[in-house]
Ligand binder design. Sequence first.
Ligand SMILES: [Fe+2]
Length: 233
Amino acid sequence: MKILLLADIHSNWQALQAIDESFDACLFAGDLVDYATDPVPCIEWVRKNVHAAIRGNHDHAVAQRIPVKKKTGLSQLAGIARPVHWQKLSDSHLKFLGRLPVTRRVELDGKVFYLVHATPRDPFDEYLKDDSDGWRARLKGIEADYVIVGHSHTQFCVDVDGTKVINPGSVGQPRDGDPRAAYCVIEDGEVSFRRVEYDVAATVQNMSENGIDGPVLELAEHFLKTGGRMLPG
Ligand SMILES: [Fe+2]
């Protein structure tokens, strides 16, 4: 069985459609929307193709119409992109995002998968990368073969006492210095991290057509082209 793991699509349809993999089941670890400006095809794709999906902090904020308060860094981008989402998304789309569960447990191929966007202790906010002691402290009481997470936008697999914690990386906004769309495949128990190039310029163009301009568009373009670097200065 071939299982496709995705996270942090962030309304980047160009990146999502570049992933050309067949799969038997797809699991999505949250943050389908926000930051980029093409949410509709991303939501439709997930609705059609994903076996189990959960809600990330950005899905929650868009669904609950929470305005962006911070005016620094990437928040400036979300500050413009979020109202674009409210214009583009129907009530049905917003309900879909708002009703995604915060955690989900599914069985596939005889293995138990536990999905949570950030960490089980703090499903929306806590950043934890490949720190096995940190994960050990947070996995108490969770019995699963695989814990699938997102949020940090970096690919990793940590083995914690027989449970594999996997972050497939971010499809639409990688932050590990590699701008290619990130994802992971588990095939017959073999975990493989993959990357694929996509048309970053087309994503930036879509942002520009949706009202993102000036220094915020420059920041977004630099961030996407460098795989997560802020503009110098
Ligand atoms: Fe994210």
